[in-house]
Design a binder for this molecule. Structure first.
Ligand SMILES: [Zn+2]
Ligand SMILES: [Zn+2]
Length: 155
């Protein structure tokens, strides 16, 4: 069992809650997907296995997981403002989002340590965590756009 799912079981047990089939389904999708889906995307995938599932159940489950610190909701700069859910146990990591296909790539960097301490020194604030988001074209979209440009040049 993955960390996410076993942690969720543990929290439910301590709260006297029940691991319903729908909760288990959503957790296993979140866990195996390894992406940053919106609630609608999650619903679409989950409905293949449970057609009765609805969006409010998906949101209720996500909000509960969020309150338990098992997923975090993130906002990226997209035309359509929507939360994406990150099924990563709270850890500091960063994201790249492809502005074309919306693919999200996670990355780690030690550089933030310096940025934090510089800011703390100059501002006197105390930083607890931070997250960097980079935007651009992912490798495959980048290849696509290069190919298009070549086509234009040739044609
Ligand atoms: Zn992430
Ligand atoms: Zn892309």
């Amino acid at each position: 069992m993955s960390e996410l799912i076993s942690q969720a079981y543990e929290r439910l047990r301590s709260q006297g809650g029940r691991m319903t089939n729908q909760r288990r389904l959503l957790l296993s999708i979140l866990d195996s997907l390894g992406e940053h889906p919106t609630a609608e995307e999650l619903l679409l995938i989950a409905r293949k296995q449970d057609p009765d599932l609805n969006l409010s159940t998906v949101y209720r489950t996500l909000r509960w997981l969020e309150a338990e610190n098992l997923v975090s909701a993130r906002l990226f700069a997209e035309e359509r403002r929507q939360e994406r859910f990150d099924a990563v146990l709270p850890s500091e990591h960063h994201h790249f989002m492809c502005t074309n296909c919306k693919n999200v790539i996670e990355f780690d960097t030690e550089l933030l340590v310096d940025i934090k301490s510089q800011f703390q020194d100059s501002s006197g604030a105390s930083v607890s965590m931070g997250s960097i988001v980079l935007y651009g074209l992912c490798p495959s979209c980048r290849q696509g756009s290069v190919a298009q440009e070549l086509d234009r040049e040739v044609g």
